[in-house]
Design a protein around this ligand. Structure first.
Ligand SMILES: *Cc1c(COP(=O)(O)O)cnc(C)c1O
Length: 375
């Protein structure tokens, strides 16, 4: 056995999720597959390859190193850098295939001097309170960009709270501000801009936000941006089916037969009340299994759920498998995904650990092998 623990990525699920977006956006709208942060834990190069094969037009990343890694692996791919780029990378993007979202004209000028062929997308802050120029500064900024001879090819914003509510007046206000900024910059002599604002939730909810490109992350992976997004679509009577692409598998490395009254794990937080069969798994919080799963989460083995008992260790976790007959070392364990009739979702784990599915999958250690599978 080469690896006890693997992350399986179902390429057919990823492709189906992307195809679903393709079917709802206009033909002229580009589909950017967001593969930042190791593709939300799914494996960046693996996911990028599948997304390109499935018809993604652009790969969107956060950082310069991510962009350059993908550029080397996929020489034809167009790449959008959404996060901040340090000046030491300004000379790395001198090709039309690269676009960079930037909020500061001085940074744009720096990039344009060293990478004149890179496309710059002006970032507008319509209500996120993070990066971006204020919408009322759009015209003035456009004049400056023109004066500095910057290769402005796009304009972008990001919604702050589409996922958090079923009532979307704040997002609609952001969209209005963005449209005004786009018009203002276009009328300053940039007629050909690629305007984009929608991520997964807004692309599903607001057809009017599709514009020239959508940036799809979480939903491409088959996860819902939030329960509110799912509910909002239900209220609207629009059906989206998403298929989770990631499964996290490991194998039992040892079965411990413990008597009644025995303690399990650090801090002796779990005590058996009857003779128990305890499975030891080679996965802990280093691998990305949240320590808040201690005495709280589940795993699946032998087609049945088993409770995590004791504290999740750095590299190991224990589960009570007393009720599962014939269970033995070497048996497969599912930490996320389907097995038989049972399923553990990233959402279930996020609920137990007090976070969102985005964080649950993104925290899976990038050193674990990603294996591409199909339906
Ligand atoms: C991460 C990110 C996205 C993707 O968001 P999802 O909710 O995962 O679809 C889109 N745009 C920007 C600017 C991002 O940083």
């Amino acid at each position: 056995m080469k690896n006890h623990t693997v992350i399986e990525i179902n390429k057919d699920a990823l492709a189906a999720n992307l195809a679903m977006f393709r079917s709802v956006i206009p033909r002229s709208t580009r589909l950017a597959a967001v593969v930042k942060s190791n593709a939300y834990g799914h494996g960046m190069t693996e996911t990028a390859g599948i997304a390109l094969d499935a018809g993604a037009d652009v790969l969107a990343v956060n950082s310069a190193p991510e962009a350059l890694l993908l550029a080397g692996q996929f020489p034809q791919a167009k790449i959008l850098v959404m996060g901040v780029v340090p000046s030491s990378f300004f000379s790395s993007f001198n090709h039309e295939r690269f676009s960079l979202m930037v909020s500061d004209v001085e940074i744009m000028a720096g990039i344009s001097r060293q990478s004149p062929r890179a496309g710059i997308h002006l970032k507008v802050d319509t209500g996120m309170g993070r990066l971006g120029i204020a919408p009322e500064d759009a015209a003035r900024t456009a004049e400056q960009i023109k004066k500095d001879g910057i290769n402005l090819t796009g304009i972008a914003t990001h919604f702050a709270s589409t996922e958090d509510f079923t009532e979307h007046s704040y997002s609609m206000r952001q969209l209005t501000l963005f449209r005004e900024a786009v018009d203002s910059v276009k009328s300053s002599g940039f007629g050909q801009l690629t305007a984009h604002c929608a991520a997964s939730a807004s692309a599903m909810l607001f057809p009017e936000a599709h514009m020239d490109m959508v940036r799809i992350g979480i939903a491409m992976y088959g996860l819902w941006p939030s329960e509110q997004t799912r509910l909002s679509l239900k209220i609207l009577g629009r059906e989206f089916s998403l298929k989770p692409a990631l499964s996290w598998k490991t194998r039992i490395i040892h079965i411990n037969n413990l008597p009644a009254g025995a303690y399990v794990g650090y801090g002796s937080t779990y005590k058996t009340t009857a003779p128990a069969k305890v499975a030891v798994l080679p996965v802990g919080y280093y691998e990305g299994l949240d320590r808040k799963m201690s005495n709280s989460g589940y795993i699946i083995t032998g087609g049945q759920r088993a409770r995590i008992i004791g504290r999740v260790c750095m590299n190991m976790t224990m589960a009570d498998v007393t009720h599962i007959s014939g269970v033995k070392a070497g048996d497969e364990v599912t930490l996320i995904g389907c097995s038989g009739q049972e399923e553990i979702t990233a959402d279930e784990i996020a609920g137990i650990t007090g976070t969102i599915n985005y964080e649950t999958v993104t925290r899976i250690n990038s050193e674990l092998p990603r294996i591409i599978t199909g339906d």
